[in-house]
Write a protein that binds this ligand. Structure first.
Ligand code: IDP
Length: 148
C-alpha cells in the first residue's frame, strides 16, 4: 500500500526569492497536510550526505554547493499516495520539461535550481524525513472545522 507521507525541501533558490508562501499554498491546496517544518541552512557536508546517492555524478558537487548556499525549508507532508502525488505536483527535474502549472514550471530557474525536492519512494521519504526531524518534531494531523 502506498504510504501517506513524503519529505520535501523548498530549496535555496525558491526560499531566497520569497516563493515559500506561494509554494506552501500550492502544497496545501493540493491536499497535503504539514506534519513537520523547519528552516535551516545546511552545511556543504550535510548536503553531501543527503545527496550521497548521486556522488560521482557531474552535477553532485555543484548541487551540494547550491543546496548549502542559503536557507531551505524542510517539510514532512501527509496525504494518501503522498510520494507519487507530490512528485506530480512538483513536475519534472528540468523545468522546461515540467508540466504547466507544476511547482517547478512556475518557480524553478534551471535543472539544478529547481525550487523543490520531493522523495522518490516511501522508503526514501522516511530516511530523508529522519535526516531532518526527530519524532517530537512531527505532529499528528487533525482537521480543524472553522465556523463562519
Ligand atoms: P529529482 O529532484 O527530480 O528527484 P534527481 O535526479 O534525484 O531529481 O536529482 C536531484 C537533484 O539534483 C535535482 O532536483 C536537481 O537539483 C539536481 N540535478 C539533477 N540532475 C541534474 C543535472 O543534469 N544538472 C544539474 N543539476 C541536476
Amino acid at each position: 500500500m502506498a504510504g501517506k507521507r513524503t519529505f520535501s525541501m523548498i530549496k535555496p533558490d525558491a526560499f531566497g526569492a520569497g516563493n515559500t508562501g506561494n509554494i506552501l499554498k500550492m502544497i496545501e491546496e493540493a491536499g497535503f497536510g504539514i506534519v513537520a517544518a523547519k528552516v535551516l541552512h545546511m552545511s556543504e557536508d550535510m548536503a553531501k550526505t543527503f545527496y550521497s546517492v548521486h556522488e560521482g555524478r557531474a552535477f553532485y558537487e555543484p548541487l551540494c554547493h547550491f543546496m548549502s548556499s542559503g536557507p531551505i525549508m524542510a517539510l514532512i507532508l501527509e496525504k494518501e499516495n503522498a510520494v507519487t502525488d507530490f512528485r506530480e505536483l512538483i513536475g519534472k527535474t528540468n523545468p522546461e520539461e515540467a508540466a504547466e502549472g507544476t511547482v517547478r514550471s512556475l518557480y524553478a530557474t534551471s535543472t539544478r535550481e529547481n525550487a523543490v525536492h520531493g522523495s522518490d519512494s516511501d522508503e526514501n521519504a522516511e530516511l530523508e524525513a529522519s535526516f531532518f526531524f526527530n519524532k517530537f518534531e512531527r505532529v499528528e494531523l487533525t482537521r480543524v472545522e472553522v465556523a463562519n
